[in-house]
Ligand binder design. Sequence first.
Ligand SMILES: NC(=O)c1ccc[n+]([C@@H]2O[C@H](COP(=O)([O-])OP(=O)(O)OC[C@H]3O[C@@H](n4cnc5c(N)ncnc54)[C@H](OP(=O)(O)O)[C@@H]3O)[C@@H](O)[C@H]2O)c1
Length: 316
Amino acid sequence: MGDQVLSRREFALRCAAAGVSYAAAGALLTRTAGAQAPAMQAAARPGRRSVKLPDGTTVSALGQGCWHLGQGRHPPQVEEEALRTGISLGMDLLDTSGNYGHGRSEQLLSHVLAGQRDRIYLVSKVEGDEVAGDGIARACAASLGRLGTDYLDLYLLHWPVPSSQFPGVVAAFEQLRAARKIRAWGVSNFSVAQMQDLLKVPNGARCATNQVAYSINNRGIERDLLPWSRQHAIPVMAYSPLGGDRNLVVNDRTLASIGSAHGCTAAAVALAWVMRGGDVIAIPESGSPAHTRENAAALSLELSPAELQTLEAAFH
Ligand SMILES: NC(=O)c1ccc[n+]([C@@H]2O[C@H](COP(=O)([O-])OP(=O)(O)OC[C@H]3O[C@@H](n4cnc5c(N)ncnc54)[C@H](OP(=O)(O)O)[C@@H]3O)[C@@H](O)[C@H]2O)c1
């Protein structure tokens, strides 16, 4: 596993040195590998965008956020149906946190996980004020209890703590990994400087992803974090990929007109745009089965260079 991480990063660095887009070269390699070993690349079949994490795990490029679920926005059965609909359409990465609705999001997810835990890539988070002592292990145990499962696929530090605490955080994550309570760990809302500090810590390079805000109307990470992440082959997980509740792009006219040419909605176009590079995972949230179906269309939507140019002009 360690060899795979190193060679992948080395590959990314060489791509950068040669001026070749890491995503483009990676996509080509994925296609080549897929032709040679179809069984190993099952998740990368056409029509289902996927992203490879540094440990070699392939996950769907389109997941489902769960921040507000289980808290009365929609009836709980409707929210559960939305998640099941998304899973059946390939959005089988679920993103929650121990602090979403004081645990109610995780509790709702437990109903959806029941009977199909193995087909879900489950992500949860620990808070910065929980990391002292054995706090990460205790928070993880509480999340596992609420979720009704005995492991997380990915455990994230929700918000940065001072860099001096990184060694302790990484050691605690690694202990959970050794105990098979989590399969991988990562961070969220980290800047480039914080990522650089993280990589200096023993085992810090095992970070699987950095979950940050990214949408067509919120492109701040393109300045520095996204290129840095590509150079280091650490995929970004884009939260609020539809713009978030206060800035939703689902009614944007340019997105809608491109969507109508493909028989899908503005939301699907916005999500396909976030995933266009092949190395960004998008986690839109919806408690509505109809919206989830609309969003899932992004998994098989390729935007043409002309459409990307139109969007560039509309959202620069
Ligand atoms: N790490 C962090 O600090 C952090 C911060 C924020 C969010 N997150 C994660 O990212 C996830 C998504 O972020 P977000 O909830 O902020 O923003 P978002 O996914 O950009 O937007 C969610 C909103 O869009 C609506 N929506 C979804 N699909 C739609 C569609 N097809 N048509 C119309 N409306 C649609 C949803 O309403 P309906 O339910 O009615 O569809 C909801 O109000 C969260 O659930 C959470 O898991 C992480």
